[in-house]
Design a protein around this ligand. Structure first.
Ligand SMILES: Cc1cc2nc3c(=O)[nH]c(=O)nc-3n(C[C@H](O)[C@H](O)[C@H](O)COP(=O)(O)OP(=O)(O)OC[C@H]3O[C@@H](n4cnc5c(N)ncnc54)[C@H](O)[C@@H]3O)c2cc1C
Length: 455
């Protein structure tokens, strides 16, 4: 197989040095794997040829963007070949008239946003990792971010895809239009499929005009319950914020330690609105009215762009900063209907108290999507077991509240054993049959997303 791949790929595009296998063997989860080789294709035809060769050899393929996902989805857990798309990273074209951009899979999200800005557009998915994650990595996880509340995640912002299935077939799905009623929606099926159905080789992305103006308010509450009730009130009125982020008291302390001036409080909401400059005042007043209520400690508008930027910087630094509190972190991104947020937060606090472990919550409250971080010391067996038990309880709580296991990070290796609790057997069986149609030999990202069949 390696000889065949060497023939398919240009010189220097097949890495077999063991040191390279370490670099391409991990992601932002604790998992690691070792591939036989790393392939760096430069075009779709090379991807077709290498998938066909791997199919003949029954060798696993793990697609890789920049390895920032948190679930082990880009770890070559079964060995085989890592296909890294770093040499397919061109912005093919920007088409303002049709509000679209055509991109190669390995383009970095942040580079795309910078290229779009002078044209007056942006691409809505804005994961905090935008400056170091790729478009195809975003698509494969259906990534989102703060803006998802108003503008949607990847599924709402892609017009079409080109991809190579596990049989080595090059398929095009979707198209260039903002409407379409022509056959099954394979585009949205591939988005969120974590590299288990096909390798994306090109994407046609839907662009959104940049708003004329943005304004923010910061609301502090006595406790988390007060903030959670305010989220439900904001979402029940007609102005849709372009961000509605939440931090609990530990997250706030981390922000304060990072130099942000905040009065002591139990929870914070960052609420942003955008639109035309003339309509902004009214929108801001509407969300401020909704944010007022029981437990409000302070409500202020960000007095300057610098103040707004520093609060966002603190919010974005939270995830890595948690490592300062404990070396072990289970980072989940559960999602519930917004009206159930108060119950979710109260339930998580109960679970933390009962298990005697620290749980820090923050995230995209406007979507009911909370990053639940269970902190523990991995070398302490009892604490590790408590964290694991608390995780099971958090998932049970989320499902009881009509929520889902993941809002944006995906399932990967971390959560696949929990999938049967979240998806009914009939639907899971249908997913397995779909996987078999796209990838009959099961070579695309084995051991990810779908659990092994019982028995
Ligand atoms: C600090 C930090 C902050 C983060 N913030 C957010 C956030 O706000 N929102 C959010 O949604 N996520 C967030 N993430 C998670 C992560 O950045 C996203 O999941 C991102 O989309 C992964 O992109 P990547 O290029 O790193 O892909 P990888 O991690 O390399 O791969 C992710 C998945 O995509 C598949 N894949 C990659 N390329 C292809 C391809 N061409 N065809 C098919 N499948 C492919 C892989 O097999 C894997 O299943 C964060 C991560 C970090 C470290």
């Amino acid at each position: 197989l390696l000889h065949e791949l060497g023939r398919i790929l240009p010189a220097g595009a097949l890495l077999t040095d063991p040191a390279d296998q370490i670099i391409y063997g991990y992601d932002n989860s604790r998992h690691r794997g070792t591939a036989q080789a790393v392939a760096l294709p430069q075009d779709a035809q090379q991807v077709v040829a290498l998938v066909r060769a791997c199919r003949v050899a029954r060798t696993p393929i793990t697609a890789r963007g920049r390895g920032t996902n948190t679930t082990g989805a880009s770890v070559p857990a079964s060995g085989g070949i890592v296909v890294s798309f770093e040499r397919m990273s061109k912005l093919v074209r920007i088409d303002p008239d049709n509000r679209l951009a055509v991109v190669e899979p390995g383009l970095i999200n942040g580079d795309l946003q910078r290229a779009l800005a002078p044209h007056g557009f942006f691409w809505a998915p804005d994961p905090t990792s935008a400056d170091y994650s790729t478009i195809a990595g975003n698509l494969a996880c259906n990534a989102g971010g703060p803006r998802t509340i108003k503008y949607g995640a990847c599924r709402e912002n892609v017009l079409g895809l080109e991809a190579v299935t596990g049989t080595g077939a090059l398929v095009r799905c979707g198209g260039m239009t903002s409407k379409g009623a022509t056959g099954y929606d394979l585009t949205r099926l591939l988005i969120g499929s974590e590299g288990t159905l096909a390798l994306i080789t090109e994407a046609t992305l839907k662009l959104t005009p940049r708003p004329e103006a943005t304004a923010s308010v910061r609301a502090l509450y006595v406790d988390v319950a007060g903030a959670a009730r305010a989220v439900a009130r904001v979402m029940a009125q007609p102005v849709v914020p372009c961000a509605l982020e939440f931090m609990d008291s530990v997250a706030l302390k981390l922000a304060r330690d990072g130099g942000i001036e905040l009065v002591p409080a139990g929870a914070l909401l960052m609420i942003e609105v955008d639109g035309s400059a003339s309509a902004l005042r009214g929108a801001l007043d509407a969300v401020k009215r909704a944010a007022r209520g029981d437990g409000l400690v302070a409500l202020d508008e960000a007095e300057s762009e610098a103040a707004r930027a520093s609060l966002w910087a603190a919010r974005k630094a939270l995830s890595p900063q948690l490592r300062k509190l404990a070396p072990g972190k289970i980072n989940e991104d559960v999602v519930v209907p917004v009206s159930r947020l108060p119950e979710l937060i109260a339930g998580i606090e109960r679970i933390a108290a009962q298990g005697g472990i620290a749980i820090v919550n923050f995230g995209h409250a406007g979507n009911g999507n909370i990053h639940v971080n269970l902190l523990y010391h991995p070398d302490n067996e009892a604490e590790s077991a408590s964290a694991r038990q608390a995780l099971e309880q958090v998932f049970a709580l989320v499902l009881a509240l009509d929520g889902m296991l993941s809002g944006e990070h995906g399932i990967g290796m971390e959560k696949r054993e929990f999938l049967p609790r979240a998806i009914a057997p009939e639907a899971l069986a249908l997913m397995r049959r779909i996987k078999h149609v796209f990838d009959p030999e099961g070579i695309l990202n084995p051991g990810k997303l779908l659990p092994e069949p019982a028995g």
